[in-house]
Design a protein around this ligand. Structure first.
Ligand SMILES: C[S@@+](CC[C@H](N)C(=O)[O-])C[C@H]1O[C@@H](n2cnc3c(N)ncnc32)[C@H](O)[C@@H]1O
Length: 347
Protein backbone atom coordinates (compact mmCIF):
# COMPACT_ATOMS: atom_id res chain seq x y z
CA UNK A 1 0.00 0.00 0.00
CA UNK A 2 1.43 3.42 -0.96
CA UNK A 3 1.51 6.34 1.42
CA UNK A 4 -1.01 8.15 -0.88
CA UNK A 5 -3.50 5.32 -0.39
CA UNK A 6 -2.93 5.56 3.33
CA UNK A 7 -3.64 9.30 3.58
CA UNK A 8 -7.14 10.21 4.79
CA UNK A 9 -7.70 12.64 1.82
CA UNK A 10 -9.74 15.82 2.08
CA UNK A 11 -12.01 15.75 5.09
CA UNK A 12 -15.68 16.20 4.13
CA UNK A 13 -17.30 19.09 6.04
CA UNK A 14 -20.06 18.12 8.43
CA UNK A 15 -23.40 18.07 6.57
CA UNK A 16 -24.70 21.14 8.44
CA UNK A 17 -21.78 23.22 7.13
CA UNK A 18 -22.55 22.45 3.48
CA UNK A 19 -25.13 24.97 2.25
CA UNK A 20 -26.48 22.44 -0.25
CA UNK A 21 -28.11 20.47 2.56
CA UNK A 22 -29.93 23.56 3.81
CA UNK A 23 -31.02 24.35 0.25
CA UNK A 24 -32.23 20.77 -0.18
CA UNK A 25 -34.36 21.07 2.97
CA UNK A 26 -35.71 24.43 1.85
CA UNK A 27 -36.52 23.19 -1.65
CA UNK A 28 -38.57 20.31 -0.20
CA UNK A 29 -40.21 22.26 2.61
CA UNK A 30 -43.44 22.58 0.54
CA UNK A 31 -44.13 18.95 1.47
CA UNK A 32 -45.02 20.01 5.01
CA UNK A 33 -48.03 22.15 3.93
CA UNK A 34 -48.88 19.37 1.44
CA UNK A 35 -49.15 16.89 4.33
CA UNK A 36 -50.98 19.47 6.46
CA UNK A 37 -53.54 19.94 3.70
CA UNK A 38 -54.07 16.20 3.16
CA UNK A 39 -54.68 15.63 6.85
CA UNK A 40 -56.93 18.71 7.14
CA UNK A 41 -59.02 17.68 4.12
CA UNK A 42 -59.46 14.18 5.58
CA UNK A 43 -60.49 15.66 8.93
CA UNK A 44 -58.08 13.37 10.80
CA UNK A 45 -58.00 15.51 13.96
CA UNK A 46 -61.79 15.18 14.34
CA UNK A 47 -61.30 11.44 14.77
CA UNK A 48 -58.74 11.71 17.57
CA UNK A 49 -60.81 13.52 20.19
CA UNK A 50 -61.41 10.22 22.04
CA UNK A 51 -57.65 9.65 22.54
CA UNK A 52 -54.82 7.89 20.64
CA UNK A 53 -55.79 5.53 17.82
CA UNK A 54 -53.85 2.93 15.79
CA UNK A 55 -53.26 4.27 12.31
CA UNK A 56 -55.20 1.42 10.65
CA UNK A 57 -58.23 2.29 12.74
CA UNK A 58 -57.82 6.00 11.99
CA UNK A 59 -57.38 5.30 8.26
CA UNK A 60 -60.64 3.32 8.24
CA UNK A 61 -62.46 6.16 9.98
CA UNK A 62 -61.34 8.83 7.50
CA UNK A 63 -61.27 6.63 4.37
CA UNK A 64 -57.49 6.72 3.86
CA UNK A 65 -54.62 4.39 2.91
CA UNK A 66 -53.11 3.31 6.27
CA UNK A 67 -49.43 3.33 5.28
CA UNK A 68 -49.64 6.66 3.46
CA UNK A 69 -51.66 8.26 6.25
CA UNK A 70 -48.95 7.17 8.69
CA UNK A 71 -46.25 8.71 6.46
CA UNK A 72 -48.08 12.05 6.30
CA UNK A 73 -48.70 12.06 10.07
CA UNK A 74 -45.10 11.03 10.78
CA UNK A 75 -43.84 14.14 8.96
CA UNK A 76 -46.31 16.41 10.77
CA UNK A 77 -45.27 14.85 14.10
CA UNK A 78 -41.73 16.15 13.46
CA UNK A 79 -43.32 19.63 13.70
CA UNK A 80 -45.19 18.78 16.90
CA UNK A 81 -48.48 18.39 15.03
CA UNK A 82 -49.82 14.98 16.21
CA UNK A 83 -47.61 12.47 17.98
CA UNK A 84 -46.99 8.76 17.47
CA UNK A 85 -46.47 6.48 20.49
CA UNK A 86 -44.38 3.30 20.72
CA UNK A 87 -47.40 1.19 19.75
CA UNK A 88 -47.95 3.10 16.48
CA UNK A 89 -50.98 5.02 17.77
CA UNK A 90 -51.40 8.67 16.80
CA UNK A 91 -52.76 11.33 19.15
CA UNK A 92 -53.59 15.02 19.16
CA UNK A 93 -51.03 17.51 20.51
CA UNK A 94 -51.64 21.17 21.46
CA UNK A 95 -50.49 22.14 17.94
CA UNK A 96 -52.90 19.62 16.37
CA UNK A 97 -55.95 20.76 18.42
CA UNK A 98 -56.77 23.67 16.03
CA UNK A 99 -56.90 21.11 13.18
CA UNK A 100 -60.24 19.94 14.68
CA UNK A 101 -63.29 21.34 12.91
CA UNK A 102 -65.23 22.09 16.07
CA UNK A 103 -62.40 23.11 18.44
CA UNK A 104 -63.01 26.58 19.94
CA UNK A 105 -59.64 27.57 18.43
CA UNK A 106 -60.27 25.76 15.12
CA UNK A 107 -57.88 26.82 12.35
CA UNK A 108 -58.88 24.08 9.91
CA UNK A 109 -60.76 26.42 7.56
CA UNK A 110 -57.70 28.73 7.46
CA UNK A 111 -55.43 25.79 6.57
CA UNK A 112 -57.83 24.68 3.83
CA UNK A 113 -57.87 28.23 2.44
CA UNK A 114 -54.11 28.86 2.68
CA UNK A 115 -53.30 25.55 0.95
CA UNK A 116 -56.18 25.79 -1.55
CA UNK A 117 -55.37 25.54 -5.26
CA UNK A 118 -56.14 29.27 -5.57
CA UNK A 119 -52.99 29.98 -3.56
CA UNK A 120 -51.00 26.84 -4.24
CA UNK A 121 -51.08 26.82 -8.03
CA UNK A 122 -50.16 30.50 -8.56
CA UNK A 123 -47.37 30.12 -5.96
CA UNK A 124 -46.01 27.23 -8.03
CA UNK A 125 -45.77 29.66 -10.95
CA UNK A 126 -44.26 32.55 -8.99
CA UNK A 127 -41.53 32.83 -11.60
CA UNK A 128 -44.15 34.30 -13.98
CA UNK A 129 -45.02 37.02 -11.45
CA UNK A 130 -41.36 37.76 -10.78
CA UNK A 131 -40.57 37.94 -14.49
CA UNK A 132 -43.59 39.89 -15.74
CA UNK A 133 -44.85 41.78 -12.70
CA UNK A 134 -48.29 40.19 -13.18
CA UNK A 135 -49.99 37.51 -11.10
CA UNK A 136 -50.59 34.20 -12.91
CA UNK A 137 -53.98 33.90 -11.15
CA UNK A 138 -56.19 35.20 -13.98
CA UNK A 139 -54.51 32.95 -16.55
CA UNK A 140 -54.85 29.87 -14.31
CA UNK A 141 -58.42 30.48 -13.12
CA UNK A 142 -59.81 32.51 -16.01
CA UNK A 143 -60.81 35.48 -13.85
CA UNK A 144 -59.52 37.66 -10.97
CA UNK A 145 -59.33 36.27 -7.42
CA UNK A 146 -62.47 37.82 -5.91
CA UNK A 147 -64.58 37.07 -9.03
CA UNK A 148 -63.57 33.43 -8.71
CA UNK A 149 -64.70 33.34 -5.09
CA UNK A 150 -68.01 35.05 -5.90
CA UNK A 151 -68.96 32.27 -8.33
CA UNK A 152 -70.96 30.01 -6.02
CA UNK A 153 -71.55 29.52 -2.29
CA UNK A 154 -69.25 26.46 -2.06
CA UNK A 155 -66.31 28.28 -3.64
CA UNK A 156 -67.01 31.44 -1.64
CA UNK A 157 -66.99 29.48 1.62
CA UNK A 158 -63.40 28.25 1.09
CA UNK A 159 -62.11 31.81 1.15
CA UNK A 160 -64.51 33.62 3.47
CA UNK A 161 -64.69 30.87 6.13
CA UNK A 162 -60.91 30.49 5.80
CA UNK A 163 -60.39 34.24 6.16
CA UNK A 164 -62.64 34.34 9.24
CA UNK A 165 -60.72 31.44 10.78
CA UNK A 166 -57.37 33.09 10.02
CA UNK A 167 -58.56 36.39 11.49
CA UNK A 168 -60.13 34.93 14.65
CA UNK A 169 -56.94 34.82 16.76
CA UNK A 170 -55.91 38.35 15.76
CA UNK A 171 -59.25 40.20 15.94
CA UNK A 172 -59.44 40.75 19.75
CA UNK A 173 -55.77 41.79 19.81
CA UNK A 174 -56.21 44.31 17.01
CA UNK A 175 -59.42 45.62 18.63
CA UNK A 176 -57.53 46.11 21.92
CA UNK A 177 -54.77 48.10 20.22
CA UNK A 178 -57.21 50.71 18.84
CA UNK A 179 -57.86 53.82 20.91
CA UNK A 180 -61.26 54.92 19.69
CA UNK A 181 -63.40 57.88 20.74
CA UNK A 182 -66.12 56.54 23.08
CA UNK A 183 -68.91 57.12 20.54
CA UNK A 184 -67.00 56.12 17.39
CA UNK A 185 -68.86 55.02 14.27
CA UNK A 186 -66.57 52.34 12.93
CA UNK A 187 -66.84 51.25 9.30
CA UNK A 188 -65.13 47.91 8.70
CA UNK A 189 -64.28 48.18 5.00
CA UNK A 190 -64.14 44.71 3.40
CA UNK A 191 -64.95 43.38 6.86
CA UNK A 192 -65.85 39.88 5.63
CA UNK A 193 -68.07 38.04 8.10
CA UNK A 194 -67.52 40.75 10.73
CA UNK A 195 -65.17 39.00 13.17
CA UNK A 196 -63.08 42.15 13.67
CA UNK A 197 -66.09 44.43 14.03
CA UNK A 198 -67.55 42.05 16.59
CA UNK A 199 -64.31 42.25 18.60
CA UNK A 200 -64.21 46.06 18.27
CA UNK A 201 -67.82 46.46 19.46
CA UNK A 202 -67.12 44.17 22.42
CA UNK A 203 -63.92 46.02 23.35
CA UNK A 204 -65.43 49.51 22.86
CA UNK A 205 -68.97 49.40 24.33
CA UNK A 206 -69.87 52.97 23.25
CA UNK A 207 -69.00 52.38 19.59
CA UNK A 208 -71.37 51.58 16.72
CA UNK A 209 -70.33 49.61 13.67
CA UNK A 210 -70.98 49.30 9.95
CA UNK A 211 -69.95 46.11 8.19
CA UNK A 212 -69.22 46.96 4.55
CA UNK A 213 -68.53 44.18 2.04
CA UNK A 214 -69.92 42.47 -1.05
CA UNK A 215 -73.53 41.24 -0.77
CA UNK A 216 -72.73 37.51 -1.00
CA UNK A 217 -70.17 37.88 1.80
CA UNK A 218 -72.50 39.72 4.17
CA UNK A 219 -74.90 36.79 3.97
CA UNK A 220 -72.49 34.88 6.22
CA UNK A 221 -72.04 37.67 8.81
CA UNK A 222 -71.65 36.89 12.54
CA UNK A 223 -72.67 40.20 14.12
CA UNK A 224 -75.74 38.54 15.67
CA UNK A 225 -73.27 37.07 18.23
CA UNK A 226 -73.00 40.56 19.79
CA UNK A 227 -76.55 40.40 21.11
CA UNK A 228 -77.13 44.12 20.46
CA UNK A 229 -78.76 44.60 17.07
CA UNK A 230 -78.98 48.37 17.50
CA UNK A 231 -75.19 48.78 17.50
CA UNK A 232 -74.45 47.68 13.93
CA UNK A 233 -75.60 47.93 10.32
CA UNK A 234 -74.76 45.99 7.20
CA UNK A 235 -73.93 47.88 4.03
CA UNK A 236 -73.45 45.91 0.82
CA UNK A 237 -71.38 47.61 -1.86
CA UNK A 238 -68.20 47.97 -3.85
CA UNK A 239 -65.31 49.68 -2.07
CA UNK A 240 -63.94 50.88 -5.42
CA UNK A 241 -67.15 52.88 -5.94
CA UNK A 242 -68.17 54.16 -2.49
CA UNK A 243 -67.83 54.02 1.28
CA UNK A 244 -70.62 54.46 3.84
CA UNK A 245 -70.50 57.47 6.20
CA UNK A 246 -68.66 57.12 9.50
CA UNK A 247 -65.69 58.46 11.44
CA UNK A 248 -63.32 55.54 11.81
CA UNK A 249 -62.48 53.41 8.76
CA UNK A 250 -60.92 50.04 9.52
CA UNK A 251 -59.23 48.25 6.63
CA UNK A 252 -57.77 44.97 7.86
CA UNK A 253 -55.94 42.88 5.28
CA UNK A 254 -57.55 44.94 2.50
CA UNK A 255 -54.93 47.24 0.98
CA UNK A 256 -52.37 44.44 0.76
CA UNK A 257 -54.64 42.65 -1.79
CA UNK A 258 -54.34 45.51 -4.25
CA UNK A 259 -51.80 47.47 -6.28
CA UNK A 260 -51.32 51.15 -5.46
CA UNK A 261 -53.89 52.41 -7.98
CA UNK A 262 -56.67 50.21 -6.59
CA UNK A 263 -55.61 50.80 -2.97
CA UNK A 264 -55.69 54.53 -3.66
CA UNK A 265 -59.29 54.35 -4.90
CA UNK A 266 -60.40 52.56 -1.73
CA UNK A 267 -58.63 55.13 0.47
CA UNK A 268 -60.05 58.06 -1.50
CA UNK A 269 -63.61 56.80 -0.97
CA UNK A 270 -62.95 56.47 2.77
CA UNK A 271 -61.39 59.95 2.84
CA UNK A 272 -64.44 61.44 1.08
CA UNK A 273 -67.01 59.63 3.24
CA UNK A 274 -65.42 60.21 6.64
CA UNK A 275 -66.42 62.96 9.05
CA UNK A 276 -63.99 65.96 9.27
CA UNK A 277 -62.17 64.54 12.30
CA UNK A 278 -62.30 60.99 11.06
CA UNK A 279 -59.43 58.53 10.69
CA UNK A 280 -58.48 55.58 8.57
CA UNK A 281 -56.90 52.68 10.42
CA UNK A 282 -55.14 50.25 8.09
CA UNK A 283 -54.29 46.92 9.71
CA UNK A 284 -51.68 45.20 7.56
CA UNK A 285 -48.14 43.94 7.92
CA UNK A 286 -45.64 46.81 7.86
CA UNK A 287 -42.53 45.29 6.33
CA UNK A 288 -39.38 46.20 8.29
CA UNK A 289 -36.05 46.93 6.62
CA UNK A 290 -33.18 44.44 6.86
CA UNK A 291 -32.65 40.73 6.38
CA UNK A 292 -34.36 39.35 9.45
CA UNK A 293 -37.25 36.94 8.96
CA UNK A 294 -40.65 38.61 9.12
CA UNK A 295 -44.08 37.07 8.44
CA UNK A 296 -44.90 40.11 6.29
CA UNK A 297 -42.16 39.08 3.86
CA UNK A 298 -43.82 35.66 3.49
CA UNK A 299 -47.44 36.72 2.98
CA UNK A 300 -46.15 39.36 0.57
CA UNK A 301 -45.46 36.58 -1.94
CA UNK A 302 -49.05 35.36 -1.61
CA UNK A 303 -50.13 38.87 -2.54
CA UNK A 304 -47.74 38.69 -5.51
CA UNK A 305 -48.84 35.30 -6.82
CA UNK A 306 -52.64 35.27 -6.31
CA UNK A 307 -53.48 38.99 -6.11
CA UNK A 308 -52.17 42.21 -7.60
CA UNK A 309 -51.17 43.54 -4.19
CA UNK A 310 -48.21 43.66 -1.84
CA UNK A 311 -47.22 44.19 1.75
CA UNK A 312 -45.92 47.70 2.28
CA UNK A 313 -43.26 49.52 4.26
CA UNK A 314 -44.01 52.56 6.37
CA UNK A 315 -42.65 54.74 3.55
CA UNK A 316 -44.99 53.01 1.06
CA UNK A 317 -47.99 53.77 3.30
CA UNK A 318 -46.82 57.35 3.74
CA UNK A 319 -46.70 57.86 -0.04
CA UNK A 320 -50.07 56.14 -0.61
CA UNK A 321 -51.78 58.16 2.13
CA UNK A 322 -50.39 61.42 0.74
CA UNK A 323 -51.79 60.62 -2.71
CA UNK A 324 -55.20 59.88 -1.11
CA UNK A 325 -55.29 63.26 0.70
CA UNK A 326 -54.41 61.70 4.04
CA UNK A 327 -51.55 62.30 6.49
CA UNK A 328 -49.93 59.32 8.19
CA UNK A 329 -50.03 60.14 11.92
CA UNK A 330 -48.69 57.01 13.59
CA UNK A 331 -48.11 53.28 13.32
CA UNK A 332 -49.54 51.38 16.27
CA UNK A 333 -48.06 47.98 17.06
CA UNK A 334 -50.47 45.16 17.96
CA UNK A 335 -49.79 41.82 19.63
CA UNK A 336 -50.28 40.20 16.20
CA UNK A 337 -48.31 40.20 12.99
CA UNK A 338 -50.21 43.31 11.91
CA UNK A 339 -49.65 46.97 12.69
CA UNK A 340 -52.28 49.68 12.54
CA UNK A 341 -51.33 52.56 10.26
CA UNK A 342 -53.36 55.65 11.16
CA UNK A 343 -54.19 58.44 8.75
CA UNK A 344 -56.21 61.65 9.08
CA UNK A 345 -57.40 64.13 6.46
CA UNK A 346 -54.35 66.07 5.23
CA UNK A 347 -56.21 69.39 5.04
C1 LIG B 1 -58.50 39.47 2.59
S1 LIG B 1 -60.22 39.64 2.94
C2 LIG B 1 -60.16 40.49 4.49
C3 LIG B 1 -61.40 40.29 5.31
C4 LIG B 1 -61.36 40.92 6.72
N1 LIG B 1 -61.07 42.33 6.68
C5 LIG B 1 -60.36 40.19 7.58
O1 LIG B 1 -59.32 40.75 7.92
O2 LIG B 1 -60.64 39.04 7.93
C6 LIG B 1 -60.71 40.87 1.79
C7 LIG B 1 -62.17 41.28 1.87
O3 LIG B 1 -62.42 42.30 0.89
C8 LIG B 1 -63.71 42.07 0.35
N2 LIG B 1 -63.81 42.70 -0.98
C9 LIG B 1 -63.11 42.37 -2.09
N3 LIG B 1 -63.45 43.18 -3.10
C10 LIG B 1 -64.39 44.04 -2.62
C11 LIG B 1 -65.11 45.13 -3.19
N4 LIG B 1 -64.92 45.48 -4.46
N5 LIG B 1 -65.98 45.81 -2.40
C12 LIG B 1 -66.16 45.45 -1.09
N6 LIG B 1 -65.49 44.43 -0.49
C13 LIG B 1 -64.62 43.73 -1.25
C14 LIG B 1 -63.80 40.56 0.27
O4 LIG B 1 -65.14 40.11 0.14
C15 LIG B 1 -63.15 40.15 1.59
O5 LIG B 1 -64.08 40.05 2.64
Amino acid sequence: MTSAENSPGPVAPPAEADPRFALMDLAMSYLVPAALRAVAVLGVADHLTGGPRPVADLARAVGAHPLNLRRALRLLATHGIFTEDDEGRFALTPAAEPMRTDAPSSFRAAILMLTDATFWRPAGELEEAVRTGTSPFDRLFGMPFFDHFARDPGTAAVFHDGMASMSDPENPLVARALDLPPDAVVVDVGGGHGGLLLAVLREHPGARGVLFDQPHVLEGHRLGELGAEDRWDLVAGDFFAEAPPGDTYLLKRILHDWDDEHALRVLEHCRRAMSPHGRVLVADAVVPPGNDPDPGKVIDLLMMSSFTGRERTRADFDALFTRAGLRLTRVLPTDTRLSVVEGVAAV
